[in-house]
Design a protein around this ligand. Structure first.
Ligand SMILES: [Zn+2]
Length: 263
């Protein structure tokens, strides 16, 4: 295995995977993560023509860039101990139509095309978000089984009104994608569209996709949404169907913090 030396990013993978495993949010080999790199050094320029693999969708905004991605079948609980054997480094060709393996783990997550499509949208619309995190928190998946929780607005309004700061951190609410084949390009493309505006996308009966300036930043937003969902479930378990904080109060809070225009 050719090694690479993106220590800050490896530390981010390690710490995030550790917490995902500890929280029980990435069971078995569930979930995957990636970080987009801007680096244009000599090491990254070594993508030979013979190593080009055609992407199912063009990613022009990633032309010449590189991505660190978790390998197929890798486990959060093992990445959290030693990330290097589980992370691969991939380079995108200068025309944004091909990619090639550069170093590290050589068998990428089956969600590679989806991650690349999402990074492409992020680079175009929200370039500050360099990291993508996908995981399976039970309290969020369980929401998808509630009658009427089959759209972004209902879930955002109900769950993000459970706690005073949740909507402040996620004023635009969450995105929602109806059930799709796991790992499919369709799932990735629909998410990429929603991530132009949202930081979180709930995949119906599957899990959550989060973006951030780092994996830790994506984890922050996942944590906020998951905490609100847990408050909701604790109340439901006590026989209460909570009304939540009123829309007037939510808007008042967003206005006070200058975030109302994102609501
Ligand atoms: Zn998944």
């Amino acid at each position: 295995m050719t090694k690479f030396s993106y220590q800050n990013e490896l530390d981010d993978f390690k710490a995030t995977a550790h917490w995902l495993a500890l929280r029980g949010w990435s069971e078995a080999a569930g979930g995957n993560m990636s970080i987009r790199l801007d680096a244009q050094n000599n090491f990254l320029s070594k993508l030979h023509e013979d190593d080009h693999i055609k992407l199912p969708v063009d990613v022009p905004y990633l032309a010449g860039k590189a991505v660190l991605l978790t390998g197929s079948g890798t486990r959060a609980r093992e990445i959290g101990v030693d990330p290097l054997p589980h992370i691969g480094l991939y380079k995108i060709s200068d025309d944004g139509r091909y990619y090639g393996w550069i170093a590290g783990n050589e068998t990428p997550s089956m969600e590679l095309p989806a991650h690349f499509a999402i990074h492409n949208a992020l680079e175009q619309h929200r370039p500050g978000d360099k990291a993508i995190l996908h995981t399976h928190p039970a309290s969020l998946i369980a929401l998808c089984h509630v009658d009427g929780f089959d759209n972004a607005k209902t879930i955002s309004d109900k769950i993000l009104s459970m706690q005073s700061e949740a909507r402040l951190i996620l004023p635009e609410g969450i995105g929602f994608v109806e059930h799709e084949l796991p790992g499919s390009l369709e799932l990735g493309l629909k998410s990429a569209k929603l991530l132009e505006r949202h930081h979180l996308v709930l995949w119906q009966c599957h899990g959550l996709l989060a973006t951030g300036d780092s994996l830790a930043g994506a984890f922050d937003k996942l944590e906020v949404f998951e905490k609100s969902a847990r408050v909701y479930w604790q109340l439901r378990a006590a026989g209460i169907d909570p009304a939540g904080i009123s829309e007037t109060e939510i808007k008042h809070t967003l206005k006070a913090f200058g975030r109302l225009e994102r609501y």
